[in-house]
Design a binder for this molecule. Structure first.
Ligand SMILES: Nc1ncnc2c1ncn2[C@@H]1O[C@H](COP(=O)(O)OP(=O)(O)OP(=O)(O)O)[C@@H](O)[C@H]1O
Ligand SMILES: [Mg+2]
Length: 330
């Protein structure tokens, strides 16, 4: 890798102008961190006429350099944007890809504007508006319903290396009795609560079978990480970013993950039902529930914690329901 994103303003301008991603008359005013992220290096280039977002992958998780991660993931993300942007109804939700530098594993995106990601919905009394929830479902529905030709499907990256890394955190790590992560540091009592699930062999067998499905392929183009951290609230409305975990898989996966987060964020049950009805389609509701349960479990007793404002009792209630959804047919 030749370019590191912690370069000076003038070096950045030179880099962008050399590739015609900025005009000779443009200026870089400053470089900013646009928001929170763990996986990659993301920089906002504030220019005098417009801004750009630069995203660079490394051979590891940026925040945890001891965890290896496939450096090709930025190329997979770019493929998703290219394919999704070919669908006019999805374009309005996504940033344009301005450029791609394969050698430096770097993608340049349109800056959607300063806003917040939707992780504020985990706060007590925060809600998505009806329009925002409708947009979130609309994006998923259009994405999943799209029939791509077999050449597109067959040549789309399997993203298996990144999926394997994710698989570990979704289906394995949370259920290890001794993984070195003391959940009481998150919330006193959570470790003991988690033991109920870490020692439930029926649940673990079912989760492990779900994990195999996650590693297999399917018919729909999935975003792969469809939760409030991948959604932006900006002036122009609801936007979707960060599809680095995308793959052709079962539509139920994205849907179940989204539902899990709506529940953890305590969104009104009526809104969640409306969202499901809007999605419609021929989905396997039981499978959606299993993915939803898996995501709730891994977010509460796994490593990738969320800023949840839930009491231990509320978490227990969610975990119980989650496990039930997974094992109902075991
Ligand atoms: N196109 C964009 N326009 C505006 N802001 C953006 C854009 N892309 C990213 N951001 C901001 O940068 C943050 C980090 O971006 P992103 O989520 O893509 O990085 P990441 O390293 O993959 O994060 P994570 O570890 O959460 O997966 C976002 O939460 C958002 O605030
Ligand atoms: Mg990411």
């Amino acid at each position: 890798m030749e370019l590191s994103l912690d370069i000076s303003r003038s070096a950045m301008l030179q880099y962008l102008q050399d590739r015609n991603w900025m005009e000779p008359y443009e200026e870089v005013l400053r470089l900013e961190k646009p928001g929170e992220g763990n996986m990659n290096v993301v920089v906002r280039v504030v220019g005098d006429t417009r801004n750009l977002i630069l995203k660079q992958s490394r051979a590891f998780v940026n925040k945890y350099p001891q965890i290896a991660a496939p450096i090709e993931r930025i190329g997979v993300e770019r493929r998703f944007y290219a394919l999704a942007a070919s669908l006019p109804e999805l374009r309005k939700y996504l940033p344009w890809v301005v450029g791609f530098d394969a050698k430096n594993h770097l993608m340049v995106l349109e800056d959607l504007g300063k806003g917040a990601d939707y992780t504020f919905v985990y706060k007590k009394d925060e809600q998505m508006t009806a329009e925002e929830l409708t947009a979130a479902v609309d994006f998923l529905k259009v994405l999943h319903e799209q029939k791509f030709d077999s050449e597109t499907v067959n040549t789309f990256p399997g993203n298996l290396a990144l999926r394997k890394l994710n698989h570990e955190h979704l289906f394995v790590y949370p259920y290890m009795e001794d993984n070195g992560f003391d959940l009481d540091t998150i919330q006193p009592g959570l470790q003991a609560l988690a033991m109920t699930y870490k020692t439930d062999s029926v649940l673990k067998r079912k989760v492990s079978a779900l994990g195999e499905i996650y590693l297999a392929s399917g018919n729909a183009l999935l975003h792969g990480d469809y939760y409030p951290g991948s959604w932006l609230r900006v002036n122009a409305g609801f936007k979707v970013i960060d599809p680095e975990f995308c793959f052709f898989g079962p539509a139920e996966y994205d849907l179940g993950v989204m539902l899990a987060h709506l529940h953890m964020a305590q969104q009104p049950e009526a809104d969640i039902e409306k969202a499901m009805a809007q999605y419609g389609g021929s989905i396997n509701a039981e499978f959606v529930g299993q993915i939803e349960g898996m995501e709730i479990l891994r977010r509460i007793i796994g490593l990738a914690q969320l800023p949840l404002e839930l009491t231990l009792e509320e978490k227990e209630e969610l975990l119980k329901l989650a496990a039930k959804k997974i094992t109902s047919n075991a």
